[in-house]
Unconditional design. Structure first.
Length: 229
């Protein structure tokens, strides 16, 4: 019983520390997200990989509205839907995917939402640099369909899969289209993951479990102690 109680206490303390560190990491990420909105940096020929994540950038180029991806299983306020990824051809020939926001599921898998829009010859957009959403489990992923129809539905694809489907290289990061920009949908961009307070509350719960385990061990140990005559 003593060995079990000791092992449980160590496990609960370790889980609490893990959640506490996760909270600190989320807090730093939230601060980074807030700093990214302070000013807009011209992207120009900069490599997206060297620009800080969540930084707002401006870029000139042209949307390829004929070839778009619909990221499936994306939710907003508890409602299922898609996020729309549209290729944006930069002036130097690179192509970056722009997340134009979330729109609701139509209710029918065979009836996709209409994401077409007027494509100007050249435009300037503003957006945040971010990573392509990824799934925690492999079975939650689905490659873009292989037929010639567009838009293509996909679930947590890799950038390599999207590049192969599009037929040209893509930048390894995406742009989250600014909420004030035209040709977009719901764009309530937030720092990813749970809030720091949620992680810290989980940490306190784990430490409370450790304290309860210790108290139970003390109570049971005292009850088992033999009494003198």
């Amino acid at each position: 019983m003593t060995a079990l109680a000791f092992a449980l206490c160590l496990a609960f303390i370790g889980l609490g520390r893990w959640q506490w560190e996760r909270g600190k990491m989320r807090q730093a990420q939230n601060q980074e997200f807030a700093r990214g909105a302070e000013h807009i940096v011209p992207l120009a020929s900069r490599d997206l990989n060297v620009v800080p994540r969540f930084q707002r950038v401006s870029a000139a180029g042209q949307f390829d509205s004929r070839h778009q991806f619909l990221l499936d299983n994306r939710t907003h306020d508890g409602q299922a839907g898609y996020e729309v990824l549209t290729p944006f051809e930069l002036g130097d020939g690179r192509t970056v995917l722009v997340d134009r926001g979330w729109l609701p599921f139509t209710g029918y898998r065979e009836r996709l939402p209409d994401v077409a829009f007027e494509n100007d010859a050249q435009s300037r957009i503003v957006g945040r640099i971010d990573e392509l959403p990824s799934a925690g489990l492999p079975q939650g992923r689905a490659m873009p369909n292989r037929d010639a129809t567009w838009p293509k539905v996909t679930t947590y694809p890799s950038m390599t899969q999207l590049s192969a489907s599009l037929g040209r290289p893509l930048e390894s990061r995406i742009l989250l289209l600014d909420p004030a920009a035209p040709n977009g949908y719901v764009r309530d961009w937030q720092a990813p993951g749970l809030s720091p307070m949620r992680h810290w509350s989980y940490a306190i719960q784990w430490w409370a479990f450790a304290a309860v385990t210790l108290v139970l061990w003390l109570v049971l140990s005292l009850r088992r102690r033999p009494t003198s005559v």
